[in-house]
Write a protein that binds this ligand. Structure first.
Ligand code: MN
Length: 447
C-alpha cells in the first residue's frame, strides 16, 4: 500500500494494527468495515521514502551487551532460560556472549549453542585468533567479530594503526569462515570514524568473506537524519550484502535510529530486552519490534503476545527494574487514571491507546485516584452489577479523590530509598574490595 503524496487510501479500509475496540468487547485488531475511518494513518504518506524489507531478522543482544550493563550478571542457566524464550518468540539470531571472557561464559555459550534452539546462536570475538577459536569451540554457528574504527579508539584503546586493524580484521574473518561460521563484522564507534577508513575496512572484510556488516553507534550520538545520511553513504560506498545496526540510547534515540536504519535497508537490527545494555542501554527489543509491526507493518516474525512475559523475565534475572513509564512494558504503558482519558477509553480505546495491550500480552488498567472521573466509577460499579443515581455517584467520586489525595507516600518513598541505595553502589562495596586487596597480599607487598 505504497501511499503517494496527496492520494489517500479509500476510507473504511481495515488497518492491521492501529485498531480500536470497546473495552467490554473481546479485543480485536482492526476496525470494523461498517464503521467509517476513525483515525488517519499518515505513515502511508511517507511510505515511498522508506525502503522497508518484507521481513527483518531480529538480532538480540540481551545476553551480551545487556549483560554488560553495570551490575548485571547472568548464570549459564539464566542465559539459557532467556535464550529459550527469545527463540520461542521468533528471534532470528541471539548473541549468547563472548566465550573467551571466562570459563563460566564459555560454558554459558556452549549451553545455549547446544540447546537445539530455533534461533541461530551467535558468539562474539575480538580480532585475535584465540577469541575466534573460542567461538569455534563453543558450538555457536554464528560469530560477531568486533574491533573499533574511530581514531580515538585506535590511538588510545587499541594502540593500533588503521592498517593493523584492517589486517587483524581480515585474518579473523578468514579464520572464522574457514571454520564454516556465519560471520558478522562489527566496528565499535563506526559513526565517529573517518569514512575513508570505514569504506576500506568494510570492503576488505566483505571480500574476505564476511556475510553481514554491522554499523555501530556505540555512544549513541546519531540522530535519525544524520544516521540516514551515514547509512546511505555506507550502502553506496561499501555495498554490503547484508546490513545490521547496533544503536545505543545515550540521547534516547536508539529506537528511532534503529527504525531509520531499517527504513534505509538494514535487515538485522540489534536490540536488547527492556533496552538493557551499557550505560543508557541499547535499542529496546519491544520498541523496535512494535514500531516495525504496528507502525510500518513490517513482519518481524516475533510473537509479540509474549513480550511482557519476556520483559518480566529479563527484569527479574538482570535485577534492573523497568521504568514505570517505559514504552510498552512499563507499569503505566496501558494504565489510565485521568477522567477525560478513562471516559474516552471506555467509549473507544482508540482515543488514548495506539495499540491494544493484548498485542504485547498485557491488560488495560483503570486506576482509581485523584484524577478519576464519573465514567470510571460507573464502569467500575458494573463489575458487581450496580448502578447509582448521580448524587450518590458524586459522593462516591468525592470519597475516592479525598482518600487518594490523603494517602501517604511513605511506602513508595521507602522503596525508592532502598532502590537508590542499591543502584548508587552496584558491584562490590569499597570495604569488600579492600578486604580482597589484603587477602591477595597487595598491602603486604607494598609495606
Ligand atoms: Mn554496545
Amino acid at each position: 500500500m505504497g501511499g503517494v503524496f496527496g492520494r489517500r487510501r479509500a476510507p473504511g479500509r481495515p488497518r492491521r494494527s492501529l485498531g480500536a475496540t470497546n473495552v467490554n468487547a473481546a479485543p480485536t485488531v482492526g476496525e470494523s468495515m461498517a464503521e467509517p475511518r476513525l483515525v488517519e494513518d499518515y505513515h502511508t504518506e511517507t511510505a515511498h521514502k522508506r525502503r522497508l524489507p518484507e521481513t527483518v531478522e531480529l538480532w538480540d543482544e540481551t545476553l551480551r551487551d545487556g549483560e554488560q550493563a553495570p551490575g548485571v550478571h547472568f548464570t549459564p542457566e539464566e542465559k539459557l532460560r532467556i535464550a529459550t524464550v527469545l527463540s520461542e518468540m521468533g528471534v532470528g539470531v541471539l548473541n549468547a556472549g563472548i566465550p573467551v571472557v571466562s570459563e563460566e561464559e564459555a560454558r554459558a555459550v556452549h549451553l545455549v549453542a547446544h540447546a537445539g534452539l530455533r534461533a541461530h546462536v551467535l558468539a562474539a570475538a575480538r580480532t585475535v585468533p584465540r577469541d575466534v577459536d573460542a567461538v569455534i569451540a563453543s558450538g555457536a554457528t554464528h560469530i560477531a567479530i568486533f574491533v573499533a574504527a574511530s581514531q580515538v579508539h585506535l590511538k588510545y584503546k587499541l594502540k593500533m594503526s588503521q592498517d593493523e586493524v584492517l589486517r587483524a580484521s581480515v585474518d579473523s574473518v578468514r579464520r572464522a569462515k574457514e571454520a564454516g561460521l556465519h560471520v558478522a563484522y562489527v566496528t565499535e564507534d563506526t559513526v565517529r570514524a573517518p569514512f575513508d577508513f570505514v569504506e576500506r575496512l568494510y570492503r576488505a572484510v566483505q571480500e574476505a568473506g564476511a556475510d553481514r556488516l554491522v554499523v555501530a553507534d556505540t555512544v549513541g550520538i546519531m540522530t535519525p537524519l544524520t544516521f540516514r545520511w551515514f547509512l546511505k553513504e555506507f550502502l553506496l560506498r561499501v555495498r554490503p550484502k547484508d546490513l545490521s545496526v547496533h544503536c545505543h540510547n545515550d540521547f534516547g534515540l536508539a529506537t528511532a535510529n534503529t527504525l531509520t536504519a531499517v527504513e534505509v535497508g538494514a535487515v538485522a537490527p540489534q536490540v536488547c530486552v527492556n533496552g538493557l545494555g551499557e550505560r543508557a542501554g541499547n535499542a529496546s527489543f519491544e520498541e523496535v519490534v512494535l514500531g516495525l509491526e504496528s507502525l510500518y507493518h513490517v513482519r518481524t516474525g516475533i510473537r509479540t503476545e509474549r513480550m511482557h512475559e519476556l520483559s518480566r523475565l529479563v527484569e527479574e534475572l538482570s535485577g534492573v527494574p523497568v521504568a514505570a513509564n517505559k514504552a510498552l512494558v512499563g507499569y503505566n504503558a496501558f494504565s489510565h487514571e485521568a477522567g477525560i482519558h478513562t471516559h474516552g477509553i471506555l467509549a473507544n480505546t482508540l482515543t488514548y491507546e495506539p495499540i491494544q495491550p493484548e498485542l504485547v500480552g498485557r491488560h488495560r488498567q483503570m486506576i482509581l485516584g485523584k484524577h478519576t472521573g464519573k465514567a470510571a466509577i460507573v464502569e467500575k460499579l458494573k463489575e458487581r452489577g450496580l448502578t447509582a443515581p448521580d448524587a450518590l455517584l458524586l459522593e462516591l467520586l468525592d470519597r475516592v479523590k479525598t482518600e487518594t489525595e490523603a494517602r501517604s507516600k511513605e511506602d513508595l518513598q521507602r522503596f525508592l530509598h532502598e532502590y537508590r541505595a542499591l543502584f548508587e553502589r552496584p558491584g562490590l562495596s569499597d570495604e569488600e574490595f579492600w578486604t580482597m586487596v589484603d587477602a591477595v597480599g597487595i598491602r603486604a607487598a607494598n609495606a
